[in-house]
Design a protein around this ligand. Structure first.
Ligand code: ATP
Ligand code: MG
Length: 438
């Protein structure tokens, strides 16, 4: 029989390997503490939703719905389904379905994988992950400002502000009637310059001309720079909202630039949109994008309720963290337990359980090996202490403890010592407390 061929992961979908997991765990712990400090509660929605949800929620003429969704028909019942390409539609579906805003507004957050059929490259994958935050039922610019201030705090918590500058861009997309006037003028302007547009822009000219403004094609930069700006079309209420947001940001000492070309990809945004961008990651520098989506909830069958949220790309933030080199997250254990097989293996097995009862992280050597080779494994595990349950020690009802990383000769167990079995847990807990307070 031929050797079976090795299988590979799907292109653009990555494994998170044990060497990288500590950094993700470090990030996730900080993120959940940070969200709790602003009163956010977690919500977990399914990875698969009906295709209709995303078509209605995101809008038909968007990159995501036009070409990036993993959609399929469930062969068993013919249902049309899609792997979620973003969080907001599913979260709002759940908020409406369970009537979560019936008595008060809600602050909810999610974390998990999203799927988009894009060309894989640095910072752009087909399965990627986001931290997503939604504030549902809040109409004023105060919550817009809170979301932004909250993100500025996260960059500090993560130490990202020290690596490459993370900058904030803001825009106000106004309301539907304001966008309609702008759209008419924009189409007229772009039509006058149609010969200079690329195929993508020409296709969008009459479907979603706003999107042409955030084209990534540098050849269009000049045309786009001369286009009518949405901010010149805002009525009184929209302007007041935008000014309210800006004055709160000024008060909080947050720097930003207003970018009137920033429209964001999704159809459902109104008023405030924003992005946090870094130049330290090459072309895929947007760490986090968000905006207000007051019309969405009604569009998904709920009663009219305002909302705002953002999605943060975890892969990009992690890459920045890795580059900063400031985080030294690792998963080393406290204790590695060695034995000499037979009765000593049983003794070691039970001792390891007792050490875990005492709150220690323990790796018990599995299988047979010489003490010398086990000692090498103990060292490589990163453990602070080796506990040796050898023949002689076991017969004496004891075990030997040896510090693996002590540098000072006076450190506990810098010299290997025999300790009665019953005293081993306390001896190790005390020794580890000394290390932590050093
Ligand atoms: P882009 O313009 O880069 O395609 P987008 O507007 O499609 O971004 P959003 O839908 O706003 O992105 O998603 C919010 C964040 O999620 C992005 O700022 C980015 O950090 C991350 N993100 C989006 N798509 C991907 C992807 N394919 N791979 C990795 N991260 C992604
Ligand atoms: Mg995109």
């Amino acid at each position: 029989m031929a050797t079976p061929r090795k299988l590979a992961a799907v292109r653009g979908m990555n494994d998170l390997l044990p060497a990288d997991a500590p950094l993700w765990e470090w990030f996730e712990t900080r993120v959940s503490d940070w969200l709790r400090s602003y009163g956010y509660q977690q919500i977990r929605t399914p990875i698969v939703e009906t295709t209709e949800l995303f078509v209605r929620g995101i809008g038909e003429v968007t990159d995501i719905v036009e070409k990036e969704m993993y959609s399929f028909e469930d062969k068993l019942n013919g249902e049309k389904l899609t792997l979620r390409p973003e969080f907001t539609a599913g979260v709002i579906r759940a908020v409406v379905e369970h009537n979560l805003t019936y008595d008060a507004p809600r602050r909810v957050w999610s974390i998990g994988p999203l799927f988009r059929h894009e060309r894989p490259q640095r910072g752009r994958y087909r399965q990627f992950h986001q931290v997503n935050v939604e504030a549902v039922g809040f109409a004023g610019p105060d919550i817009d400002a809170e979301l932004i201030v909250m993100l500025a705090r996260l960059w500090k918590i993560l130490g990202i502000d020290r690596v490459g500058r993370v900058r904030l861009e803001l825009n106000c997309l106004g309301q539907a009637d304001e966008r309609a006037k702008h759209r008419t003028d924009l189409i007229a302007y772009l039509s006058r310059h149609e010969s200079r547009l690329d195929a993508d822009a020409r296709r969008r000219l009459h479907t979603n001309p706003l999107r042409i403004l955030d084209t990534k094609n540098p050849d269009l930069a000049e045309v786009v720079a001369g286009a009518p700006r949405i901010t010149d079309y805002l009525g009184e209420a929209s302007r007041a909202h935008f000014e309210g947001l800006q004055s709160l940001l000024h008060a909080a000492g947050i720097e930003f630039v207003v970018n009137p070309r920033m429209v964001r990809g999704l159809d459902y945004y109104n008023l405030t949109v924003f992005e946090w961008i870094t130049d330290a990651l090459g072309a895929q520098g947007t760490l986090c994008g968000g905006g207000r989506y007051d019309p969405l909830i009604e569009r998904l069958g709920g009663k009219s309720t305002p909302g705002i949220g953002f999605g943060m790309g975890i892969e990009r933030v992690i890459e920045l963290l890795r580059e900063s080199g400031t985080v030294t997250a690792s998963t080393s254990t406290d204790v590695y337990v060695l034995h000499q097989g037979g009765a000593t293996q049983t003794g070691a097995f039970l001792l390891a359980e007792r050490l875990r009862d005492a709150g220690l992280d323990v790796i018990l050597h599995a299988g047979d090996a010489s003490l010398k080779s086990q000692m090498k494994k103990a060292d490589a595990s990163g453990a602070e202490y080796a506990v040796i349950v050898g023949q002689a020690e076991a017969e004496a009802g004891a075990a030997a403890i040896k510090a693996l990383r002590a540098t000072a000769p006076s450190a506990p167990f810098a010299e290997q010592r025999i300790v009665p079995l019953a005293d081993v847990p306390d001896a190790l807990v005390d020794a580890l407390t000394v290390i932590e307070t050093e």
